[in-house]
Design a protein around this ligand. Structure first.
Ligand code: 7TS
Length: 416
């Protein structure tokens, strides 16, 4: 192994959960696209906050409150640096990607979408990047368009160009698909939409945890992701917005901390980003996310990407040699265009049965529509699919275990 490669067995030692047996077997966790495991450094940072400086932020003129405030704000600066946003003022903490995307729809969308306007998304979106726009379109009598996919894996560029001729007010696309694994050419797609005059929203839930992401280079207006998929705690997510958009957009929630003054006759808003953070935020979540970023940076995002790419290549190659198994998304050999997510189907076996047999071997995978029903049921035309997804703690032994489990499914169901 070269020094440039990360070492999953060393990394695993930082994750106490891998010390436990599941169904009497070692835990093989292949569901990081749903949520990642947490290293002790992240849990320790949260415990340390509660044990050492638990206090509310932005209000107490005393030592531990100042420390909590400092750590909370430092976490935002870290996030900004991590994704190359302008600075922490562009970073709003919400609960998760879903809340981030809904916030854009309910604030910017609410004030900028009118009857007959177009909103453009794609056929590979997660429900959290579909339903908020459906709700908005319904409220405003606007039109929601879906750009179709080429080869059931990539955004079809000629169709995208055609749909941009409607000059959609909002274009909202995923960076990486949670089902297909496709890594979209998001910089190019963003620039095409900007030329059509659109405000561009990017769902980075499946990209930020797994590869270097540069929001400034991408040029999007809003960007969303979740802490819990990148080693951090659940209950905290990130909404990035361009300064001028955040400054000119009305807040969603009113309450403490989001105001600069309140009178009987009305209120004035706090500066960004606090204008969008009403009430006591998830302080432990912010601190935990900061620790997660430290951990990821300690390894290096390019190294993480390289590791997942090579593991995905190894898995795709092994799966393609098993008769009766199909994979969805970019074909084997196209790992440069695919993240560490492999959805697959076994002829005639329900994915829930597949998942149960994997579970009996201590292997966690996900089965279902993966909150992307239009993609799974209308594009792939499946009721459900099975999915394995990789992260820094997975290695070829985990893939070998998954391959053996696929063979076990085949033998139980008498598939040749
Ligand atoms: N966008 C994408 C592309 C996702 O994969 C997910 C979660 C979300 C948005 C929503 O994230 P949340 O943190 O708000 O829940 N995806 C998955 C998944 O694939 N399996 O479980 C959750």
């Amino acid at each position: 192994m070269s020094v440039e490669e990360l070492n999953p067995s060393e990394i695993k030692k930082d994750f106490p959960i891998f010390g436990n047996a599941v169904n009497g077997k070692r835990l093989v966790y292949l569901d990081s696209a749903a949520t990642s495991q947490k290293p002790k450094q992240v849990v320790d940072a949260i415990v340390n906050y509660y044990y050492s400086f638990n206090a509310n932020i932005h209000r107490g003129i005393y030592k531990i409150s100042e420390q909590a405030t400092e750590e909370y704000e430092r976490s935002k600066e870290k996030v900004a640096r991590f994704v190359n946003a302008e600075n922490g003022k562009n970073i709003i903490y919400v609960r998760n990607t879903t809340e981030a995307l809904n916030t854009v729809a309910l604030t910017f969308g609410e004030h900028n979408i009118a009857k007959g306007d177009h909103i453009l998304i794609s056929d590979m979106e997660h429900h959290s990047n579909i339903v908020p726009w459906q709700l908005l379109a319904k409220r405003k009598s606007a039109i929601l368009d879906f750009v179709p996919l080429k080869d059931n894996a990539f955004i079809d560029i000629p169709s995208y160009e055609k749909l941009l001729e409607n000059n959609p007010k909002i274009v909202s696309l995923t960076h990486v698909s949670n089902v297909l694994g496709t890594i979209n050419e998001i910089k190019k797609l963003t620039s095409m939409a900007k030329k059509a005059g659109s405000t561009v929203v990017v769902d980075g839930a499946q990209s930020v945890p797994h590869m270097p992401v540069d929001i400034s280079d991408m040029g999007c207006d809003f960007f969303a992701f979740s802490s819990h998929k990148m080693l951090g705690p659940s209950g905290v997510g990130v909404l990035y917005g361009k300064k001028e958009l955040l400054e000119t957009t009305e807040p969603l929630f009113g309450g403490g901390d989001m105001i600069s003054s309140v009178r009987r006759s009305g209120s004035e808003w706090n500066e960004i980003p606090w204008k969008f953070e009403a009430g006591t935020p998830n302080i432990e979540g912010a601190i935990g996310l900061g620790a997660a970023i430290n951990y990821l940076e300690g390894i290096g995002m390019q190294k993480i990407r390289n590791h997942e790419k090579s593991l995905t290549g190894y898995a795709m190659e092994a799966i393609s040699r098993i008769p009766g198994v199909e994979t969805y998304g970019p074909a084997p050999g196209m790992e440069s265009e695919r993240g560490g997510v492999i959805s697959f189907g076994l002829n005639g076996v329900h994915p829930h049965d597949v998942s149960q047999i994997f579970d009996s071997e201590g292997i966690a995978i996900r089965a279902g529509h993966h909150c992307a029903m239009p993609l799974v049921t209308e594009v792939l035309r499946k009721g459900a699919v099975s999915r394995m997804s990789f992260y820094i703690y997975n290695d070829e032994n985990d893939v070998d275990a998954a391959i053996a489990a696929i063979k076990k499914v085949k033998s139980i169901f008498h598939i040749s």
